[in-house]
Ligand binder design. Structure first.
Ligand code: 5GP
Ligand code: ZN
Length: 114
């Protein structure tokens, strides 16, 4: 989609530090990391928010989650623990309207989140 930051990263119009790619998924390091590991896992196809996910997207959403866990394993943070987050819309702090699963780890985290 034109004017979508993460579509531009998917299309290599904007550079990113890519950590994983396949036909349907791209994962890259967050530009403003909030933890030693902070990776964004995104579908290559544009979906604006979780509110726009349909049953047709069940496969890709499952792949995003499983890929985040696989990346956590490669980073050595599986056993210690990690956090996965989808922010949706304004009150959750969503700033890029192309769904992305945050994978955060490598430090202790608190709950509830701010
Ligand atoms: P949100 O607030 O929408 O859940 O998360 C958006 C994330 O995208 C933020 O953590 C932010 O640091 C990250 N981000 C924003 N612009 C860029 C960029 O150009 N490149 C990368 N790699 N991450 C970005
Ligand atoms: Zn997009």
């Amino acid at each position: 989609m034109a004017d979508c930051l993460f579509c531009k990263i998917v299309n290599r119009e904007i550079p990113a530090s890519i950590v994983y790619e396949d036909e349907r998924i791209l994962a890259f390091n967050d530009i403003n990391p909030q933890a030693p590991t902070h990776v964004l896992v995104v579908p290559k196809a544009h979906i604006a928010t979780l509110n726009d996910v349909s049953s047709q997207d069940d496969q890709i959403v499952g792949e995003l989650v499983r890929r985040a866990a696989a990346i956590a394993k490669t980073r050595g943070i599986s056993a210690g623990g990690f956090r996965t987050v989808f922010n949706t819309n304004r009150e959750a702090g969503q700033t890029v309207f192309h769904i992305h699963l945050h994978l955060l780890g490598g430090r202790a985290m608190e709950w509830p989140p701010g």
